[in-house]
Write a protein that binds this ligand. Structure first.
Ligand SMILES: *Cc1c(COP(=O)(O)O)cnc(C)c1O
Length: 434
């Protein structure tokens, strides 16, 4: 499979190059040159396949012969080595719990796949590699965990000061060794902009071998299709009609992977982009105007994105045709008050505890199902509620049980370097670190 640069279709690279480089010329995102269809027999009978086989079938066309099949099988098996159950919350809404991995967030899957691919591709490299990543909360921990203590790889994580939860902060600042955390006086968009500048900077690139780990990296973006296959596998045992699929969205990598899987043949009635107060895409779907804004801080902080990077990929999937896109995706914007109310009500009515991100999805899907009676759907549960104890406990008026692994983590010391949202400061850090 070849991947082309969405900003310069003349640039065509293989999977390995796209994974190592992260992004193409002019900061363009890579996009697969063709859409490999699933065999109908496979999609109809997902329940007959193991999760590992499903994940392997999902990814093999994207890696082609660049990763030998026995190694790809091992990579996907390790990537999804925890349970991913689909649970019914009520008659109409089920949740795919993607948060039982090492950092209790769905990003463990994309980050786990990407770190294993990178390690495989870089095994024979002499030069040290620096993975540079901006996080709005959960990416940092998942990436840090994926690369922790891997020889030849340094990880530098930028996160917005005071805008990630205490658990998230510990997950990315307490590891040490080859993991460096930079606390930025600014927003996630500022962090993302600093990272993009570093990738475009000649001096840095002449001295360091930089690669990205954000969802713009195809090796993080593409494996997210696996969620949707595993959801369908379990859905087929309960329901006949295709589900409406509702995705808590920030940078739009996850939902974009779901739509890709759908275009490859996975049944889905409709997609819903569930957003918090950062409503650029819901507004776009209403008005056809794409107006990036400054991110607003909310309870679902991993979705505080004002200029979603992956949206260009969604446009490409629909050949930039607004009407096609609008027929398949609806958008909702849920504010913090409604988020809290949803956590409270879902707990009181169904004894299910939602984290703030999943609550945004639950409220969005509920609204859509009210407007479109007779349908049923799935929300993607993207984070474990224990990662957001303040909001969740306030909403359900009950203490939630913290797993021992988290208690141990919280006792560890935070190690960070504080910088301003100033590219020169990042540059100095990167060059000095080397
Ligand atoms: C990253 C994240 C999201 C948003 O995912 P995107 O792929 O950026 O749209 C949603 N929920 C949680 C918990 C996250 O960490």
């Amino acid at each position: 499979m070849k991947y082309y640069n969405l900003k310069d279709s003349q640039e065509n690279v293989d999977f390995r190059t796209a994974t190592i480089k992260g992004q193409g010329k002019n900061k363009g995102l890579f996009f697969p040159g063709s859409i490999p269809y699933f065999k109908e027999e496979f999609i109809q009978n997902l329940h007959q396949y193991s999760d590992e086989e499903i994940a392997y079938q999902c990814m093999k066309d994207f890696t082609g012969d660049e990763i030998p099949s026995e190694i790809l099988r091992k990579i996907v098996a390790e990537t999804i080595s925890f349970e991913i159950p689909l649970k019914k919350i009520n008659d109409d809404i089920s949740v795919l719990e993607l948060f039982h991995g090492p950092t209790l967030a769905f990003k463990d899957i994309g980050a786990g796949f990407m770190s294993r691919c990178l390690s495989y591709f870089l095994e024979d490299k002499k030069k040290k590699v620096t993975v540079l990543v901006a996080t709005s909360g959960d990416t940092g921990g998942a990436v840090a965990h994926g690369f922790y203590d891997i020889p030849g790889i340094d990880v530098v994580i930028l996160y917005p000061k005071n805008r990630v939860s205490p658990v998230q902060e510990k997950q990315l600042t307490a590891l040490g060794k080859n993991i460096y955390a930079l606390e930025v006086n600014g927003s996630f968009d500022d962090c993302q902009s600093l990272v993009k500048q570093a990738f475009a900077n000649e001096e840095i690139n002449s001295q360091l071998f930089l690669t990205s780990a954000n969802s713009i990296n195809i090796a993080r973006w593409l494996p997210q299709q696996i969620y949707y296959l595993l959801a369908l596998k379990q859905w087929q045992k309960m329901e006949k009609k295709a589900p409406v699929i509702c995705v808590p969205s920030g940078n739009f990598g996850n939902i974009c992977a779901g739509i890709l899987a759908h275009l490859r043949g996975l049944p889905a009635d409709h997609f819903i982009a569930a957003c918090n107060a950062n409503d650029v895409i819901p507004e776009y779907l209403k008005t056809k105007k794409f107006n990036p804004k400054k991110a607003i801080a909310t309870l679902s902080n991993a979705m505080d994105v004002g200029d979603p990077s992956n949206f260009v990929r969604i446009l490409e999937l629909f050949n930039n045709e607004f009407d096609l896109l609008k027929n398949k995706i609806s958008g909702y914007s849920i504010d913090d008050q409604k988020t809290m109310q949803t956590i409270t009500e879902t707990y009181n009515k169904y004894h299910y505890i939602l984290d703030p991100h999943s609550a945004v999805a639950f409220a969005s899907l509920q609204q859509y199902l009210q407007e479109n009676p007779g349908k049923k759907g799935i929300i993607l549960g993207t984070a474990h509620p224990v990662k957001f104890p303040d909001a969740v406990e306030a909403a359900i008026k009950t203490k939630i049980e913290i797993p021992q692994s988290l208690n141990d983590l919280m006792k560890k010391e935070k190690k960070t370097v504080e910088i301003n949202s100033d590219f020169e400061e990042l540059k100095r850090f990167l060059l000095d670190k080397n």
